[in-house]
Ligand binder design. Sequence first.
Ligand code: K7E
Ligand code: CUA
Length: 654
Amino acid sequence: MKILKYGIGLVAAASLMTSCGNAGKDKSGADGALNKNNAEKVYVAPGEHDDYYAFISGGYSGNLLVYGLPSGRMFKEIPVFSQFPTNGYGYSEETTPMLNTSFGFIPWGDSHHPDISQTEGVLDGRWVFINENNTPRIARIDLETFETAEIIEVPNSAGNHSSSFVTENTEYVVAGTRFSVPVPQRDMSIKDYKGEFKGALTFIGVDQETGGMDIDFQLLMPGFNYDLSHPGRGKSHGWFFFTTYNTEEANSLLEVNASQNDKDFIAAVNWKVIEEYVKNGGGTMMPSEYAHNVYDHHTHTATSTMKKEVRTINPTEVPGAVYFLPTPKSPHGCDVSPDGEYIVGNGKLSTDLTVHSFTKMEEAIKNKKFDGEAYGIPILNFDDIHAGSVEKAGLGPLHTEFDDKGNAYTTFFISSEVVKWKLGTWEVVDRKPTYYSVGHLTIPGGNSRQPSGEYMFAMNKITKDRYLPVGPELEHSAQLYDISGEKMELILDFPTHGEPHYAAAIKADVIKDNSRQIYELDENTHKHAVKSENETRVERNGNEVHIYMSTIRSHFSPDNIEGIKVGDKVYFHVTNLEQDFDVPHGFAMIGQKTSELLIMPGQTRTSVWYPEKVGVWPFYCTDFCSALHQEMQGYIRVSPADSDIELSWSLGED
Ligand code: K7E
Ligand code: CUA
């Protein structure tokens, strides 16, 4: 008995290894080799800069990570949907409005797909957008400041997953719902899902001057799951494509019940037609509540506005707006080739990759060759639009990116590999293992007319033995491949943070010279800013005390404050008077129940403190800013609530 058990264990272990894609194999062989030549390819000498920025989703960290390629070095974590005590985002009075929603303040988010703004189908490096899946929102990050500039909530959506992809001129950033829900929300039986729930596809207009976002319209689609999306480009500009699964409209045990249909759909949406319809007054304004949060880098303050209605569109009322392209089976990724001709749908439960032809699709639509309809939306005939299939390419296909030479690269989760294949001939050119269980992959410019042909990196879901063990969970692992030759070459492993669902990457040259070094003190219009130490002061208004404080190497002004009482509400308004690149100061107060502040040169930040204990309490600078950083400190005297100690403050007096 014992021996038999042992035998089974071995078999199970062996099959686990294969499902992890050649685990442990090839580490020093030709395939996964890190020979000297490859090491040089990723070597960025001390003081030198990387060639690319990669913006890697932080997944359940809610944030966005900035990396350099080819080195794989992490440069910054940009807080987006989550509180970030490292710099006070979501804690300071100025930034908490960024996390406001129709559900109130939400401290956390689940970010998935960053996408960089485009002009004429080419990445322009103005902004990067990213979606929040859980409490549906889209954020815009300014690539001059590398700060979150705006967050808009998406109403009538749930599991904001087929997001946030931009059209060729950033006319729209598009957000599709993964979960269909009652629209508007109401109390009803879950069992009545079928035919009653709706899937909202939201088109958010982007102001080309300011980047400001506003929902133009929401398409209320049948109650499927809308998983991923990509814009048309070139000849298919004006269209947007969304993969669907659960066209069965099951509401329980989806792993079985949503895998019944042999084919689900890619929904092809002609947004130009809908735009016209809207221009002519089409659509219905629906009462709806959603937050719109905007950060102003002159006032250094965010404001949150609650919007009250949204324009909804019934797709059956707009002729030519939406068609369904049958696609095998529960597709995940939905990717469009650089020329806009091919739409790739990867059925997770199919071994073949399905490629649709945009030209054929247009032709079939023109000839009205339909194969029935679903909820009034015409279904095209699979054979009429099918460009070709990559057959038996691997197991569990997920996402596809493209290079500049007519090749496509698809990730396979189950067989744990990236497969390179040719557009048009559909032949497999190369395959390389990834370690392990790859999700998305990124080629710089992959979602544009001009992808790069230098690097591809795979973002893996499982890390296992790739790094030194650090307990039960490891950071996810990314792998960088040189794709300049016929065969892909693995050249670097690097850890990511959170879950790197997707990444957007761009040539560093496009953005690095625009990156801001300081905020001009002259342009600081924060209502509690001080422009010099002469303006620093303390004011009492009943129980509220406002401390107008400044920082400069290496002191706070004022640094001694008396007359604060238990029961007060104390506001620290701290302005950093520095006008030098990379000289922030920090501010931390003993016992304060919020994070520190990290204040950039020329910026003002506020935190609130409720003094609870009588005594003399210190505060200090948290960022080692100068040789005398340790001297950068101060004291606050807290007296009993009924004390009559006068408010006073000083700097450099005995
Ligand atoms: Cu992780 Cu794009 Cu959210 Cu696929 S998604 S893997
Ligand atoms: Cu200022 Cu340390």
